[in-house]
Ligand binder design. Structure first.
Ligand code: ADP
Length: 546
């Protein structure tokens, strides 16, 4: 017997309808690309999103068509997402930090029909447009006054383009499993692969994200997603914020410490989210200028492992709670968030910080397990590490156009490519990407653990660890360090600081100091480039062993 409840499809544009009705006056504030702070609200965002939908419809964009966005977080970008999804088309976010060849590869692979882009990306797209035959029009996210001279095909200023229609338009209706958004994985190896979110996965993920042990958002909150919309579905904040009815602050393109601090304080932000590199810049700015935070209560950190030292600074020096999360593009993107369960003694501050350095437990809607090489499930003892596999309502079951073939195992689990431990309380800790883990004498060493420990040293700005060939042990860790400005730590100082905090055989065999560590387009340390850079490096211990 089926239930006798209504069939109310979980559609993303239903979220902006709800926000406009229940939270219509709630502000959406942007540091615009043009410069000034721009203010609007959910009611007007919805009205303008309806115009986007109507105008796209007139353009001939149909259900299932892909529409690219190459843009920073702004109110206009937000409107395009709802306008695109409102006719059943698919927003395809493109990361502008990708190499131009990757951008043209993914725009062609997705067969994008139209592109919304910020003025800042016009020169880039002018160079690429000849290689992008499917894009019939470029809509520049600005007004006539700021419209640059451009050779882009059928280029038009966004404000002029939507002014051609009114907002008298009805959202399309379709099944909740209809494709809604698309984001390509960075693909550090091989070509990028397209992950296709559905309306249902976005809505359910956003509801999950609002839970108190996750984003913990209410109508009282002001959230600033510093994480760009183009990074792993913008962590769905474009949906969860209006769903909760909280104020939304969009930082545009200025993501340096000073600009972020100015918005956090000026706009009384209570919750924010980004990768660790952003917070490194903010913390440095606040330390250098002796600043405090007066309204921020919670910061969501993910995308790369958040060092314990960063969590400690936020919590002890600034009174801000850190929620450390793990996720990936293939998961909409959240897979786990660290919240302290009552099983721990909340008064044991140091222990709690140790736990917060883990990536936390899977929320409802995500199932996870760790397995050995024979695919046998490993115990949750916090020690055994294995390949992390996941399953859930917002986990990819295939890539766009079947790239990569079958990606689920026979039990429907997706192999994340991460190696992790899970402790008896269900807290996941990422050891490494499986290809970055260091294999020393048949055992594994976590490069992430070593990096996080090294950045706790007061003279270290950033650290990366890679495995270097070793005649006796197969691989041994090399620690690569960027010192803080004005500091020149020695190898012995850093190794002395690490000594006793990790197993003896985990200690790096050498330390090198550099001025730069390469990063991927999503801000992760680019280990492949580092391995290349140090491929001829000989460890002092290797010479001794020979
Ligand atoms: P990319 O396009 O750079 O692959 P993703 O966001 O999809 O972007 O990357 C997902 C990967 O990032 C995960 O599989 C994991 O290796 C890493 N990651 C994400 N969050 C964390 C975290 N909190 N700690 C450690 N690694 C993380």
């Amino acid at each position: 017997m089926l239930g006798l409840m209504q069939d109310w499809p979980l559609l993303c544009h239903g979220i902006i309808d709800h926000a406009a009705i229940q939270h219509g006056n709630r502000e959406v504030v942007t540091r615009s690309i043009e410069g000034p702070i721009h203010r609007t609200n959910y009611r007007d965002v919805r009205i303008r999103a309806l115009k986007v939908a109507k105008r796209l419809d007139r353009e001939g964009v149909k259900l299932g068509d892909r529409v690219a966005t190459l843009a920073w977080n702004t109110w206009r970008h937000l409107e395009t997402w709802y306008g695109i999804t409102g006719i059943g088309a698919i927003y395809h976010t493109i990361n502008p930090r990708l190499f131009p060849e990757q951008i043209s590869y993914i725009a062609n692979h997705a067969e994008d029909r139209l592109m919304f882009l910020d003025t800042t990306f016009v020169p880039l797209m002018e160079k690429l447009q000849d290689r992008l035959p499917t894009i019939q029009r470029y809509v520049i996210l600005t007004d006539a006054a700021h419209m640059p001279q451009t050779t882009l095909r059928n280029a038009v200023a966004y404000e002029d383009w939507i002014a051609e229609v009114d907002s008298d338009f009805a959202w399309a209706s379709f099944d909740e499993n209809t494709a809604c958004g698309m984001c390509y994985t960075s693909g550090t190896t091989g070509n990028p692969k397209g992950v296709v979110y559905s309306h249902r996965s976005n809505v359910l993920h956003s509801m999950m994200a609002l839970m108190p042990d996750a984003f913990d958002l209410s109508v009282q909150d002001t959230i600033m997603p510093v994480v760009p919309f183009f990074h792993a579905n913008g962590w769905t904040i474009a949906f969860s914020a209006p769903m909760a009815g909280c104020r939304l602050i969009l930082p545009g393109m200025k993501l340096d410490g000073a600009s972020i601090y100015e918005l956090l304080e000026g706009e009384r932000v209570t919750m924010t989210a980004a990768v660790p590199t952003i917070w490194l810049m903010l913390l440095n700015h606040m330390e250098t200028n002796n600043l405090k935070l007066s309204t921020l209560r919670r910061v969501l950190i993910g995308g790369s492992a958040c060092p314990r030292a960063m969590i400690e600074k936020f919590e002890k020096n600034y009174g801000v709670t850190v929620a450390h999360a793990w996720g990936m593009t293939e998961m909409n993107p959240i897979g786990s968030i660290c919240a302290i369960k009552p099983d721990y003694d909340a008064k044991d501050v140091e222990k709690i910080l140790d736990v917060k350095a883990k990536q936390g437990a899977a929320p409802f809607t995500v199932e996870m397990k760790i397995v050995d090489d024979a695919d046998k499930a490993l115990p949750w003892d916090g020690k055994k590490f294995g390949r992390l596999k996941v399953k859930g309502v917002a986990v990819a079951k295939a890539y766009f156009k079947g790239e990569g073939g079958e990606i689920l195992d026979e039990n429907g689990f997706f192999d994340t490519g991460d190696v992790a431990t899970i402790d008896p309380f269900g807290n996941l800790q990422i050891t490494d990407r499986s290809k970055d883990v260091i294999k020393s004498g048949g055992e594994w060493i976590s490069s992430i653990d070593l990096e996080n420990l090294a950045v706790g040293h007061p003279k270290v700005m950033e650290a990366a660890v890679i495995g270097i060939r070793h005649p006796k042990w197969d691989e041994r860790p090399l620690l690569i360090v960027i010192p803080k400005k004005g500091e020149s730590p020695t190898r012995e100082e850093i190794l002395g600081y690490m000594d006793g905090k990790i197993a003896k055989w985990w200690m790096p065999d050498d330390v090198v100091f550099v001025t730069e560590i390469p990063h991927t387009a999503t801000g992760k340390i680019l280990k492949t480039a580092l391995r290349d850079q140090f491929k001829d490096y000989t460890l002092p211990t290797a010479v001794a062993a020979e």
